[in-house]
Design a protein around this ligand. Structure first.
Ligand code: SAH
Length: 344
């Protein structure tokens, strides 16, 4: 089956040309897809014959809502989507004063194995297609009735481990004739795949790069984030420096404070040293408790923050949304897997 939702207008035109259609049909189909069409029969400016032909050769099924949860605390909405092959992923809609944000998944599961993260527990089932990422951006607002202005790639999966599909997704949502979401309204979070950061830097996109740092020293970082054994702290910061030089964009560093693991004063000092001369923003995150994990949230949040501030680091503590619906970062995949187990 043709994966129309992952195609640019140019690729759609080519696909339609090969079906013996005039190329402008490609643009028409693209417009319908951007409007979230759920069937070819909705595409009323296409001739009936073409709609029937497309039904036979192309897939259009939208993801199914397997579960929806709404936070009573802050209105955060979480969707569990069932994809066409039965795999499930989640998206989270967060309401902020500066605009509503949809947090999307880039893979079904994750193979990065971070010790604190629920997404890592079941491993990776497969990469998502660009179209499956676009679907999350399209259907989260239409299903909920809440408009969205920002996109963050911070759901399940490691975006730079699905580089080409993520790049294509960015093109599709960013195009003025597509969803027209400005790059400055998009954030991408990575566990620190240094070569991926360099590849991204070369494209000079104006999106916000978030690096999940969680420790400034190799020993601690390798212990909680296996990716660090492949790309150590030195190499990671090298890539970040290059990224800043190429794009001029300030990088965000995520740091979930874990009791007795990464919350020592010397680690704040080491981080400040590492960040010297690089415009950066550190986001301290209260560790979300994951039932299957033994790591505990740090009680030193305020002290750690104050020390970083004294050392000249720009730092904020991230407000956690959706705490009552397991919508907080890192908790997504596990619930999805459990939900699937329940269905079987
Ligand atoms: N793979 C990407 C994006 C997905 S995770 C990445 O690693 O950045 C989104 C964020 O949630 C990351 O910063 C991740 O480190 C963080 N996270 C995962 N589990 C967490 C937990 N239990 N508590 C707090 N943050 C967590």
């Amino acid at each position: 089956m043709l994966d129309l939702k992952s195609m640019s207008p140019e690729e759609l035109s080519e696909a339609l040309r090969q079906m013996g259609e005039p190329p402008f049909r490609g643009r028409q189909v693209f417009q319908w897809l951007c409007r979230g069409a759920k069937s070819f029969d909705e595409m009323t400016n296409l001739p009936k014959g073409l709609r029937d032909k497309l039904k036979e050769t192309a897939a259009l099924a939208p993801p199914k809502v397997a579960r929806k949860q709404v936070s009573k605390l802050d209105g955060t909405i979480k969707y569990l989507w069932e994809l066409s092959d039965g795999n499930c992923v989640e998206s989270v809609l967060m309401r902020y004063r500066h605009g509503n944000t949809v947090c999307i998944s880039s893979q079904a599961g994750c193979r990065m194995g971070c010790a604190f993260c629920a997404s890592a527990i079941a491993g990776k089932a497969r990469d998502l297609t660009p179209g499956e990422m676009v679907d999350q951006v399209l259907f989260t607002p239409t299903e909920s009735g809440v408009p969205v202005s920002n996109i963050v790639l911070m759901g399940i999966g490691e975006p730079l481990d699905n580089f080409d599909a993520v790049l294509k997704f960015l093109e599709l949502v960013n195009r003025p004739d597509g969803l027209n979401v400005g790059m400055r309204h998009i954030s991408l979070s990575t566990c620190g795949i240094a070569p991926g950061i360099r590849r991204l830097a070369e494209l000079r996109l104006q999106l916000t790069l978030s690096v999940s740092l969680h420790a400034p020293d190799d020993e601690t970082r390798s212990q909680i984030m296996p990716v660090n054994r492949a790309y150590g702290v030195e190499e990671l910061f090298g890539a970040c420096r290059d990224y800043f030089q190429m794009t001029g964009r300030r990088i965000s560093f995520e740091y979930a404070l874990i009791d007795g693991v990464n919350d020592h004063d010397w680690q704040a000092e080491r981080m400040a040293e590492r960040l010297r001369g690089m415009p950066a923003h550190v986001n301290l995150i209260p560790l979300n408790h994951v039932t299957e994990r033994t790591l505990r949230p740090s009680r030193r949040m305020r002290e750690f923050q104050a020390l970083l501030e004294r050392l000249g680091v720009t730092v904020t503590v991230r407000r956690s949304l959706g705490g009552d619906i397991d919508a907080s970062c890192g908790q997504l995949r596990r619930r999805a897997a459990e939900a699937q187990e329940q269905k079987r």
